[in-house]
Structure formats: structure tokens, C-alpha cells
Design a protein around this ligand. Sequence first.
Ligand code: AMP
Ligand code: MG
Length: 484
Amino acid sequence: MTFAFDNSYAALPEHFYARLPATPVKAPKLIKVNRALAHDLKLDADFLESEAGVAILAGNAVPAGSAPLAAAYAGHQFGHFVPQLGDGRAILLGEVIGRDGTRRDIQLKGAGQTPYSRRGDGRAALGPVLREYIVSEAMAALGIPTTRTLAAVLTGEYVLREDGPLPGAVLTRVAASHIRVGTFQFFAARGDTEGVRTLADHVIARHYPEIKDAANPYVALLEGVTARQAKLIAQWLLVGFIHGVMNTDNMAVAGETIDYGPCAFMDAYRPDMKFSSIDQRGRYAYANQPPIALWNLTRFAETLLPLIDRDQEAAVKRASDALNTFGEIFEAAYKTGFARKLGLAPSDAAHALGQDLLGRMAHNAADFTLTFRGLCGAAEGDSETRALFETPGDFDAWEQDWRKQLALEPMRGRKAAMEAVNPAFIPRNHRVEEAIQAAMTGDFRPFETLTAVLAKPYADQPDYAAYMAPPRPEEIVRETFCGT
Ligand code: AMP
Ligand code: MG
């Protein structure tokens, strides 16, 4: 038995999805199996790397116990509602229960056309597949809730994109589930309240079992999803992550980061930073992520209104109260996390120091990751952080205030505590690009090295110090693309 499938989504009503297998590809070739993740999922990594395993990962063979399907969903894309999106190039193979007892989806992304493909070819290009592999696994290693990558394979086929034919690939994505805010919107937009209820009950049982006996489970569901998203977005901000395309169909109700497209970690700190080529107005810029998450959650709340109370006015009141918890939960998570980055306990003083530092970093184009990593050593010795600032004196002035606060809060092991929350290694855009470009010529060594380094983001890895460095001017990546 290779996959001990236990499929719950495939048992939901037939109008939730289209049943179909992946479309076979010409010449499957393994790029990589994530052996550590395979172990966590009780999967046989050796088998997955075998010819029969690769055939499954490419969509050329349907494993026993799989009930392959493409899920239906809708969504607001850049604020505009699209009533039918759905898995246009992904096939859910089924669900497995991992060693931790958690149920997870196994999905092939880039697996061919489905009834939801619209004008798309159902395929994925090598570059975006490697980007998702690298960044999703980096997020997991950073301790941020995320979908995972179990494997990547080449298809032996070419896909046509704006810049010409590109090698095709399939990514095996692992997720707590692929249920999105947009999945709820799909049923709500059709006036299918029973569909919304069935989906909500499924999500409660699967992701929020603790609320199933709540007085009003649908209010509790909204509160639960709101809380997880508030904490998730705080974690993104604390490492400088920009999702890039926070459409409602790209927000998972389980609270995981999902759909790595034109995402990026910023180098120099800028609150209005954005990379995505399709986000012209900066709707999904770094500092806009909290309000956009709340906007998306408000769309989610709207789908639940008929379930919350028969009296719609009362339902709106309850939903608003639940949504209003977002700000408080986000602020608490962000302030606590930020204080820890500074080696301090959360307090108004720590918050003020943090905001002051960010302002100075923005003015001085200081590298986000290196500034905080530099503070770890500075807490117990001299600081090289000042050199990251265009005007080092701007840092010195702040440092004096910071040291006063450190003195007020004696702490043992401050450096180690700070290093545990301030990564040395993030998937820098130029390194991701370098790995992709090499892979396009058949050289996967930079990809292998990068994934290995990013598996230990909080450790000093002196041999790989070069991977900490920001890009040289000619290496700077200013724009990232969906590539779909
Ligand atoms: P995304 O921008 O990746 O969140 O995708 C938005 C929608 O477009 C989803 O319904 C996807 O399934 C669909 N889509 C993206 N790329 C393709 C493709 N190459 N072929 C078919 N559908 C696609
Ligand atoms: Mg998407």
C-alpha cells in the first residue's frame, strides 16, 4: 500500500467537484521527492522515487484508493467576483492521515485540463513549480503555517507561456485542505445555502473540531478562521513575506499560506513593497496584507450569514462582532512577535521601538532580514547592523534607546532567543531565480543547495553565508510573475 487514502472531500455531494484523473504526460522525470515530508505522511519515499512512484506523481498512473477530482470554487480576483474558478490545473488524488494524526490532501498541480480550466492549458511551467517548492518549504521551516511540497517532476512536454515554450512540471502539493474562502463563495453565489452548510460542517469537523458543540457553530467557525488568518498574516509581516495575490480563492480556511505565485520576501524594507507584475496598484503590497485579509474574511462572513441567524440583521451583527476580533488578534500576534525579534517582552515601549526602527529602515533601505539577524548578536556585543543603513547614524540613535530598554529587561540567553525568531536565511528572490535559471538548463544543483540551506533558516550556516547576502545591484529582482 503506497498511499493509505482516506477520502472525505470525495464523499461530499457531486456538485462540489468534477471527478476526473490527471492527464498523462509524455516523459515523466523526477526532480525531487521531499523525503522528510514523505516520512511525516507515512509515505514510502523510496517507492515515490521509483518509476512507478514517479508515474503517480506525474499523473500517469492513478494510485489505488485515489478518488481523483477537481474542486469547484469561485473567488474575488483583485476585488472582482468570478462565480466560477475551480481547480483548472490541479487534481486532488485523495487524503492521507500523517504521523501527527492530521488529515492532509495530496494534490497534483499542473495535472492537465479540467472542466474549470477556462482558457488555460491545465499545466504548470518548471519555474513556478520550483518557486513553489522552494518558498513553501522555506515557510514551513520558518514555522509558518503553509501548504507543503511533496515532490516535483518534469513532464517531458513543453508549455507555451508569454516568453515562449517552457519545460512543463507537476508539483505534488500537500495541504490541511484546499478549501478556500472562494469555495464558500461558489455555493453562496448560487443561493445554495445547503451547499454552504454542508461545506461549513465539513470544515468544522476537519479543521475546527473544538467548536462543533458551540452554541452557534457558524459564528464560531467565522471566529476561528478569522483568528487563524490574523495570526498567519502577522507571521508573514514578521519575516517580510509578500503573498502577491491574496484573492479570496487563494485564502485557505484552514489557515495555511496557499497558492505560491508571484510571492516574494523583501530584501530592503519598504512598507509599500510589491513584486507581482499583475498587482499594478499595490492592492497586495506588504503593508496592505492585514486589511486585505480582513476584506477577504468579510466576503467569507457574507457566505455564512444565512447559517448564522434567520434574522439577517441579527446575523450581520454577529458576523461583524466576529470580524471585529481580527484587529485585536492581529495586533497582539504582531506586537508580541515584533517584541521578541527585538529581544524584549511585549510592551508599549517595545512597540514604539519597533515602529521607530522600521521607519529608519525604510529611510535607509536597510535589509529587513539582516537588520534583525544583526540585532541578535548586538544584544550581547557589538553591532555590525549599522553598516546596513545608508546613514549609519540613523541606526546608532535608535540603538541607544534600544539598549536602554534591554538594560531594563535583564534576560539570560537573549541572543539564542532572538536567533530563534530572526532567520538568517530566507528564500531571496535572486537565489530563487538563480536556482530556476540553472534548472532550465538541466542543472538542479543550485535548487538542491538552496532547499537544503532553507531547511535550517534560524541556524548559522557559515559555509553558506553567501546565501544570507542581499542581491548585488545587478541581481535585484524587481518583479515576479504568476507564470500561469
Ligand atoms: P491562481 O492565479 O493560480 O490562483 O489561479 C486562478 C485560477 O486560474 C484558478 O481557477 C486556477 O485553477 C486557474 N489556472 C491557473 N493557471 C491555469 C492553467 N495553466 N490552466 C488552467 N487553469 C489555470
Ligand atoms: Mg489560486
